[in-house]
Design a binder for this molecule. Structure first.
Ligand code: AR6
Length: 167
């Protein structure tokens, strides 16, 4: 498995699957989620709605992952995962680790060889960057998977620097 860091926009990545830092509703939001739905077009949301109606009536639980089409993105699939909101009073790092493990499990089910991850929970959900990066890199390294190309796509220089330190 090769892990690479890229500074840029995850929606532009030519990989088999891009991971979306979604919320439980699966119906879109800001940050990465907003960008993926904007650039991927309505097919993604349509499939998310079907998933809500069939399997996830109460929403996708935190720490889990599920795949849809990637619509008009260069990728084939979007793997939606729901990171935990950071809490100063409670250690939720196991849930954040679960996002990476479950996304890789779904990628294996799909047969995806290359996967791009954003810094899940490190934006609107308030996770401190260094901690988020350490959990992301540590979990991916420790997870057995058939995925051979893992790309962390960091939007800004601070996030890139945090992932570089963690790597
Ligand atoms: N490509 C790569 N990284 C990005 C992009 C992009 N296009 N846009 C933002 N980032 P966030 P979260 C970075 O907030 O913290 C949504 O409303 C961003 O700078 O997207 O898990 C969902 O619907 C940050 O480092 O995800 C949820 O409600 C990282 O991606 C909630 O936000 C994650 O930031 C999820 O919050």
């Amino acid at each position: 498995m090769r892990i690479t860091l890229v500074q840029g926009d995850i929606t532009a990545q030519h990989v088999d699957a891009v991971v979306n830092a979604a919320n439980s509703s699966l119906l879109g939001g800001g940050g990465v989620d907003g960008a993926i739905h904007r650039r991927g077009g309505p097919a993604i949301l349509a499939e998310c709605r079907r998933l809500r109606a069939s399997h996830y009536g109460r929403g996708l639980p935190t720490g889990q992952a599920v795949a849809t089409t990637a619509g008009e993105l260069p990728a084939r699939w979007v793997i939606h995962t729901v990171g935990p909101v950071h809490s100063a009073g409670e250690d939720r790092s196991e849930l954040l680790a679960s996002c990476y493990r479950e996304s890789l499990r779904v990628a294996d089910e799909l047969g995806a060889a290359s996967v791009a991850f954003p810094a899940v929970s490190a934006g609107i959900y308030g996770w401190p960057l260094d901690d988020a990066a350490r959990i992301a890199i540590g979990t991916v390294r420790a997870t057995p998977t058939e995925v051979t190309d893992i790309r962390f796509v960091l939007f800004d220089p601070d996030a890139y620097a945090a992932f570089e330190r963690a790597l």
